[in-house]
Ligand binder design. Structure first.
Ligand SMILES: [Zn+2]
Ligand SMILES: [Zn+2]
Length: 180
């Protein structure tokens, strides 16, 4: 893999690393249902915060990327663009495994881990996208989805199908009849 995309903790001891890269969509491994619609453009600065201590790598920069996905309910294709600054901290995995103290005052959602002496920019982008991507991907919070019976998109046309949903807890009540 491209060494220019690798942030080497040892090299950061001498000076911060300024990076600028466009990462191919095929390199990005996003959450299920999501894919990068084009290269992820990222630039910023990596620094070693405490070379004598934990060796935390702080990465601050800006990330611009378009992602595509489908609505969880109606399967419509959707695209979403992100363009914002970010800040992430990476702790060395081995220090954490040995019970090393994690710096306090850092938002844990902004924390990742690194192995093999550094962190790869591909992983930095992946980590930040995890924070940005919503847990559910819906075209609209009120999306009515696809009818399980006739397959029509209920956002476009209402259908008269009745979805029979047999809840086993009610099975025992089926024999009951009501007198009015
Ligand atoms: Zn939808
Ligand atoms: Zn229907």
């Amino acid at each position: 893999m491209d060494r220019r995309l690798f942030i080497d903790a040892a090299a950061l001891e001498r000076q911060p690393y300024l990076f600028e890269a466009a990462i191919r969509p095929s390199l990005l491994d996003l959450a299920e249902g999501w894919a990068a619609a084009g290269p992820a453009e990222v630039h910023g600065k990596a620094e070693l915060l405490d070379s004598e201590g934990l060796r935390t790598i702080r990465i601050r920069g800006r990330l611009r990327v378009g992602v595509s996905h489908t609505c969880d309910r109606c399967l419509r294709d959707l695209k979403r663009d992100f363009d914002d600054s970010f800040q992430l901290y990476f702790y060395p995995m081995d220090t954490i495994e040995q019970g090393g103290e994690v710096a306090i005052g850092i938002d844990e959602t902004e924390v990742g881990f690194y192995e093999d002496g550094g962190v790869h920019l591909v992983d930095v982008v992946g980590e930040q996208l995890l924070l940005w991507l919503p847990a559910r991907s819906l075209c609209n919070p009120d999306c009515k989805g696809i009818c399980q019976v006739c397959g029509s998109n209920r956002n476009i046309a209402a259908c008269d199908c009745r979805e029979t949903f047999a809840d086993p807890r009610w099975e025992g009540l089926r024999h009951l009849s009501y007198k009015h």
